[in-house]
Design a protein around this ligand. Structure first.
Ligand code: CP
Length: 309
């Protein structure tokens, strides 16, 4: 088992072997004593370039970098970078790849991470590019499912909410297609359905059912993966206001779910999961966020010595 990528741009670039390698490495990182871990990125500089807001992705990457003994440079707000003066993304990346051994980037433009990887001498890790992909979130989602259920094969998972603009669910669909016997229930209003090209691409590998109603398949689910309605991607704010509270999960849903049922969410949430669910056995979302650290440690450690042409 090995890892065959020089950058982490899209989960579609991952083979099953690449996914299994990162999940196994994340489990190893989680068990490794701090004293042993803290030398793994010794002398390495990692740039954290966040052109879009983030709490979990940026801070869990920065936690991972520091726990492995690396140094972080970067910014959490594009307004303090030379992008504000009109510098192109390519020029910024070429420059930063002269300073840093690895680059983590989040950007609002779809394809920006791919473009960065084309010009960078250092490996690029995509921390989310517009509504396109969020591959490291997907790896931590898979890690969370595997830790919770002991396997990913055979999982019955509902994806709920903004399946049109939600990059986490796009990446997750491609990743789940590598596993056996997966049933995916796409639960979204008509205007926020999963893009048809994604359904078509993975439709022969996953059993997919679509509905607009949360309750329709609830008793069948092992996991309900809820997502936020992505306000920042709407062109028309009125349209967002009309649909923003389309799904609000409360404790009452647990009357219809099976034993061991879990709720996941990439977070941040707005109104889609009521806090009354937080203390129930179903709530897995904060543990999911914590799992971001070992998974990102695994990614950084795996890419640290990659040499790009
Ligand atoms: N899940 C996720 O990407 O969260 P942040 O936007 O806070 O990084």
């Amino acid at each position: 088992m090995g890892f065959n990528l020089t950058d982490v741009i899209s989960i579609s670039d991952f083979s099953r072997g690449d996914i299994d390698f990162i999940l196994a490495e994340a489990a190893r990182m989680e068990k490794m004593p701090r004293s042993k871990k803290k030398c793994l990125l010794d002398g390495k500089v990692v740039a954290s370039l966040f052109y879009e807001p983030s709490t979990r992705t940026r801070l869990s990457f920065e936690t991972a970098i520091q726990s492995l003994g690396g140094t972080v440079i970067g910014f959490a707000d594009a307004k303090v970078s030379s992008a504000k003066k009109g510098e192109s993304l390519s020029d910024s990346i070429v420059t930063v790849s002269g300073y840093a051994d690895l680059i983590v980037i989040r950007h609002s433009i779809e394809g920006s991470a791919r473009r960065a990887a084309e010009v960078s001498k250092s490996p690029i890790i995509n921390g989310g590019d517009g509504a396109n992909q969020h591959p490291t979130q997907t790896l931590l989602d898979l890690y969370t499912i595997k830790k919770q259920f002991g396997k990913i094969d055979g999982i019955k998972i509902g994806l709920l909410g903004d399946l049109k603009y939600g990059r986490t669910v796009h990446s997750l669909m491609y990743a789940l297609a590598h596993f056996k016997g997966i049933k995916v229930y796409l639960i979204a209003p008509e205007s926020l359905k999963m893009p048809q090209n994604i359904v078509d691409e993975v439709g022969n590998k996953l059993e997919i059912k679509e509905t607009g109603k949360v309750k329709e398949f609830l008793p069948e689910l092992d996991v309900l993966y809820a997502t936020r309605i992505q306000k920042e991607r709407f062109v028309d704010e009125f349209e967002y206001e009309q649909i923003k509270n389309v799904y609000i999960l409360g404790k009452s849903i647990l009357k219809h779910t099976k034993k061991g049922f879990k709720i996941m969410h990439p977070l941040p949430r707005v109104n889609e999961i009521k806090p009354e669910l937080d203390k129930t056995d179903a709530a897995l979302y904060f543990e999911q966020a914590r799992n971001g650290v070992p998974v990102r440690e695994a990614i950084l450690n795996t890419l640290k010595d990659v040499k790009k042409e």
